[in-house]
Ligand binder design. Structure first.
Ligand SMILES: [Zn+2]
Length: 404
């Protein structure tokens, strides 16, 4: 397919673009918010657990966050959100937060209060904070840079409805913000155990955004089959149950990196949903968090702009350890084999009502880096990688679009 080349260059850009620059030297930024502390989808929901607040606490307890690197996330306005979402849906979400109930017509139409998308205290303001954070990250990286937004990554959100615990799609809003700056070659890489369906659908007709999702086969939302390519600028790698670190490494070297080298993206957004690790209760993949760090380390130098998001992840220890470890990778920090007492205290303070939470293994408290989980690379993994590389769109557009 040659869609990539066929798209006409935008006539004007709002931001002057630098040529491809691998040497951005500013320190990574972390965008967070205190809205996540104490926020819950309800006691029986997989998102009853703290995630962003624990991640931030752990990063700080490790001494890994200089005050100048942290930014409080703004909340996206309804006007910001209608760049992707419908005004009626935004109004319904705001009404649900204000009244803490949803009328049956809205439940039916917008799936608020249905399908695992409960009405909770911050049902509008929490996702709007995630969206505001990712949109800010896109602005901050206009001239290059690296930003981590662990509260972002709500990749299932649809224009006019909630889906898969996601009310808004902050990834789409951030990618649109990059496009609005004049970027024409963006890679979205989704490492979550579930297919990044909302993002793929949002850009199905826009070859400026190439979406690449690795997810567990035969799992909700049951989209993202290998043959699904959204007109040529999407690739999906549905991996089998038990996919481990050696297989993730194979896909990195034989699918992800060849695609990146071919496309030469101006910007990369990584959705690092932490539900592909072996301890996650909602998937049956078997990665360690080392696989996430290896992928990020390999990808982060490949474009001048990088935004790292969170996403899924339903074991509170593995989410915080995974995301804190990714922040260390962004900063080139070594992870000590045994974490200091202040960091250990953050992890010991967590509770989890699931069976695995009653007697957590000691290393969930005392380490951030998992032991690697290697294994033999199965033939279906090799076949997936090979198939992914055929008929890639041509990466022919100029890197910089000059202003008239
Ligand atoms: Zn997920």
């Amino acid at each position: 397919m040659t869609l990539w080349r066929m798209r006409p260059a935008r006539p004007a850009v709002q931001t002057r673009l630098r040529p491809h620059n691998r040497g951005v030297t500013t320190r990574p930024l972390l965008i967070g918010s205190e809205i996540y502390r104490g926020s819950t989808y309800g006691p029986k929901h997989p998102l009853a657990i703290p995630r962003v607040s624990t991640t931030l606490d752990l990063i700080r307890a490790m001494g890994w966050l200089a005050p100048v690197q942290y930014l409080d996330s703004p909340r996206a306005t309804p006007a910001d959100l209608t760049r992707f979402h419908t005004p009626g849906y935004i109004a319904a979400l705001m009404q649900a937060e204000a009244t803490q109930r949803v009328d049956p017509a809205h439940r039916e139409r917008f799936r608020i209060g249905a399908d695992g998308n409960p009405v909770f205290r911050e049902v509008f303001s929490r996702p709007a904070t995630g969206a505001g954070g990712v949109m800010l990250a896109a602005r901050l990286t206009a001239e290059g840079g690296v930003v981590h937004v662990p509260g972002g990554g709500t990749h299932h959100g649809m224009p006019d409805r909630a889906s898969g615990f996601c009310y808004l799609n902050d990834a789409v809003l951030g990618l649109l913000a990059w496009l609005d700056q004049g970027l024409t070659r963006i890679l979205y890489l989704d490492l979550d155990a579930h297919h990044g369906d909302g993002v793929e659908a949002a850009f199905a007709d826009d070859p400026r955004v190439f979406t690449l999702s690795i997810h567990e086969a035969n799992r909700w939302p049951h989209t993202g089959r290998a043959e699904d390519r959204a007109g040529g600028h999407a690739r999906n790698l549905p991996v089998p149950e038990g996919t481990h670190d050696s297989e993730a490494d194979f896909l990195l070297r034989h699918a992800i990196l060849p695609i990146i080298r071919h496309l030469r993206p101006q910007a990369i957004m990584v959705q690092a949903g932490a539900d592909s690790v072996a301890e996650d209760p909602l998937s049956r993949l078997a990665l360690s968090n080392a696989a996430y760090r290896a992928t990020l380390a390999a990808v982060m130098g490949q474009a001048p702009r990088l935004i790292l998001l969170g996403g899924g992840g339903y074991n509170p220890w593995s989410v915080a350890r995974c995301w804190a470890g990714l922040w260390a990778t962004l900063n080139g920090l070594a992870i000590p084999p045994r974490i200091p007492p202040a960091a250990e205290a953050v992890l010991r303070a967590l509770t989890w009502c699931r069976a695995a939470g009653r007697n957590p293994p000691e290393h969930w408290f005392t380490t951030i880096a998992d032991e690697p989980r290697p294994g033999p690379v199965r033939p279906e993994i090799r076949a997936l990688a090979a198939r992914t590389l055929d008929a890639l769109p041509e990466a022919g557009l100029p890197v910089a679009v000059s202003t008239p």
